[in-house]
Write a protein that binds this ligand. Sequence first.
Ligand SMILES: Cc1cc2nc3c(=O)[nH]c(=O)nc-3n(C[C@H](O)[C@H](O)[C@H](O)COP(=O)(O)O)c2cc1C
Length: 305
Amino acid sequence: MKRVLVVYYSQSGDVTRAAESFTQHLNIPEIELTWECIKPRDNYPSPWNLYKFFDVFPECVNEEPPEISPPKFNQDEKFDLVILAYQVWFLAPSLPIQGFLKSESVKVLKDTKVITLVVCRNMWHSASEMMKRMIAEVGGIHIDNVVLTHQGLPLATFITTPRLLLTGKKNKFLGVLPAAGVRDEDIYALSRFGKRLANNIEALSDYSHQPMLKGLGAVEVNQRYVIPELIGRVLYRPWAKIARFFGKQGSWSRIPIICIFAVQLLFAIPIVLLFSTLIQFLFASLINRKIASYVDNLKLPSGVI
Ligand SMILES: Cc1cc2nc3c(=O)[nH]c(=O)nc-3n(C[C@H](O)[C@H](O)[C@H](O)COP(=O)(O)O)c2cc1C
């Protein structure tokens, strides 16, 4: 009997559905599947109000997560595999998931194989690298990473994702923009990963640290997002530090700085995109190799094909 733990957090249900589809073929007598939904002590509304949405930004970037309620599993329990399903908030793993990674319960990852499943609009690079680091810090063995992004072109999701987050509306918008969130077909297709695991049950507890999901298209790296994300990450840090200086999440004293951050972000996004295109165009010969090696890293551990 192999023991698999699924740790997840979800607001719209997309991450939950992704994890359920992923594990569909693991519901077999040879596997004991344990589900753990992370419950943060702080309340994150869904849909969000605009201020609360931006007010979580500093803690996401500064890695100051909330406490979480004690999970049902015992932190000293041994699992053969942990599947960690999470979403991206401000280029970082969401606060509830960071809360789990900083809690005592994270001991469950030590010397245990971990597969990450990340769901987001389209900017997952920094969060994924942070997640790899956090798993390594607690002694987990990160064997695979699967990425699922929202449907539609970036310009469309720039409208449909905030609309979903702030109103809860998922339907097609204005008759032309696609529905928000993850495409149902993409969610169903995740079952191929669980099928691979179910067909290789013995490998779950072998001593190799080899990926198990190679060749299944676990991640697709869009090179165009590399520079905008890196710039975004660099710009986010000072803002997060300054906002934190003015107070904690929810405090009145930081309302002005959070509002200023939100307004400048609206202008910063198109400027950063334009700037990144220019950098890529002007300095292609200088930076292409560096970008290619970063992209190779992002593809790890599962690889694109
Ligand atoms: C506060 C907040 C910040 C977000 N930041 C990002 C981001 O930086 N990059 C991204 O691709 N998606 C971002 N998203 C979108 C979520 O990752 C996406 O909507 C995900 O599907 C949510 O899954 P869930 O509804 O199951 O929790 C953000 C969402 C929230 C609520």
